[in-house]
Write a protein that binds this ligand. Structure first.
Ligand SMILES: Cc1ncc(COP(=O)(O)O)c(C=O)c1O
Ligand SMILES: [Zn+2]
Length: 426
């Protein structure tokens, strides 16, 4: 008998599984996600605000009651989660809003929110007795997986998109993963193809950061919502802006808020806003055009600086669309220029260095404020999902390099004026 997991249920065919069966994908091969259902009645007996607040651990495992694995000895952790919710002051002023919060997920062990899900996934893999893990990723999820697998002494076979930034590749190589850049990003994601071939052929544990191939990792991102609620003094913001690739993060974040509602810890829910780049907006289009959530049209030529959001097919699009609908939220398609501007604003006004995918949420808010979809007096939380050091070449393309000078004050002043526009040192 599981602790608090009642069962898992396929999001497509409805087939029900017990956790003890060690399910990973649906046996009907329908690409459904095996959503995990918890025993809220049993949890309600003790899971109060006080109980949560007094947990000793500060990382995401303080929410162990609402996470797999079953046995705490199987937890593989590097201290993920427990990230700060930073109150924005300077940026808030620039944008003309009063209550703006940044959930700084760049602080996770490998520099992105993916650590939360991969910690859960590797813990479950350990509980299920796997030694070999396979993944498909734009880079961050694979880097996270490789770190946790290293900690657990497992092998990783990682298939990443050809364009993945070297920061992510560097992480993967040193964490000891067998990593491959895979050619041919188009209709069928070539990284997913290889992941599927390797788990079907060799029986590896699939551990990408999307649901149809691994239902456990999605439980990680939901802890972001648990933390936000607590960090706001058990309050719920009006809006949460979420960058979207596969829509696993969006699905997980909504699950987190729903969990807390079911448990009676909060009595309202936020509106969620999904943000994608106009260089790869299949999820936004699907939502706006009312496409069948189980049959979203893939984007044939993803092309954006936000590589983390470059999934041509949002594997958890059904969960994401439900999140937007049920929360009364909406979807934004933003330009790469606006993403770059958001990235710069985060760094310049708040000291938070995000990669483009990590800054997309803020770009979404900037656009929504401009178009009047949200009002400046509302309360906003932006998920800043990945670190800028993952891909510093992007900055080089925009800003160039720092000037090299001789140790000479005159030269310093001249270059200061020409390069940085500073002519007075008063
Ligand atoms: C930094 C960053 N932000 C956001 C996302 C989007 O998450 P999801 O694919 O779950 O929609 C990703 C996915 O790779 C990412 O790397
Ligand atoms: Zn199924």
């Amino acid at each position: 008998m599981s602790r608090y997991i009642k069962y898992l249920k396929c999001s497509r065919c409805g087939k029900v599984y017990a956790y003890e069966e060690k399910p990973v994908t649906c046996v009907n091969n329908d690409l459904g996600r095996l959503d995990i259902y918890y025993d809220y009645e049993a949890l309600k007996e003790f899971y109060t605000r006080d109980y949560v607040s007094t947990r000793e651990r500060r990382d995401q495992w303080r929410f162990f009651d609402l996470l797999p694995p079953e046995n705490p000895d199987n937890i593989v952790s590097l201290g993920e989660g427990g990230t700060p919710l930073l109150r924005s002051e300077r940026l808030a002023e620039v944008l003309g809003v009063r209550r703006l919060w940044l959930k700084d997920e760049t602080r996770n062990p490998t520099g992105s929110f993916k650590d939360r899900g991969m910690s859960v996934s590797v813990s479950v893999a350990k509980e299920f007795g796997y030694r070999n893990l396979t993944t498909a990723s734009s880079g961050n999820a694979a880097a996270a997986l490789a770190a946790y697998a290293a900690k657990a002494g497992m092998n990783v076979y990682a298939f990443v998109i050809e364009q993945a930034g070297y920061g992510k590749i560097a992480q993967l190589l040193f964490y000891g993963a067998n990593v491959f850049r895979v050619r041919g990003l188009g209709k069928e994601d070539p990284t997913v193809k290889l992941m599927r071939l390797t788990y079907e052929e060799y029986g590896f544990f699939p551990s990408p950061s999307f649901g149809p191939f691994n239902p456990y990792q999605i439980e990680g991102p939901k802890t972001i919502s648990y933390e936000v609620v607590e960090q706001l003094g058990w309050n719920v913001p009006d809006y949460v802006f979420v960058p979207v690739g596969a829509a696993s993060l969006l699905t997980g974040v909504w699950k987190g808020f729903r969990d807390y509602c079911e448990l009676g810890l909060i009595d309202r829910l936020p509106h969620l806003v999904a943000v994608q780049s106009s260089g790869n907006p299949p999820f936004v289009r699907a939502f706006k055009e009312g496409q069948d959530p189980h049959n979203i049209r893939p984007w044939s030529k993803p092309e954006t600086i936000a590589w983390g959001l470059e999934d041509p097919y949002p594997w958890d699009g059904d969960g994401g669309i439900k999140a937007l609908k049920d929360s009364g939220g909406f979807a934004e398609e933003v330009s790469d220029e606006l993403i770059l501007k958001a990235m710069k604003y985060l760094a310049k006004y708040e000291g938070v260095f995000a990669e483009p995918s990590g800054a997309a949420g803020l770009a979404g808010l900037m656009q929504a404020l401009n178009s009047g979809e949200v009002r400046p007096d509302e309360e906003f939380v932006i998920l800043v999902t990945g670190h800028g050091l993952k891909d510093p070449d992007i900055v080089k393309e925009v800003e160039g390099d720092a000037p090299t000078i001789n140790p000479d004050l005159r030269e310093f002043q001249a270059v200061l004026r020409d390069k940085y526009g500073v002519s007075s040192l008063e």
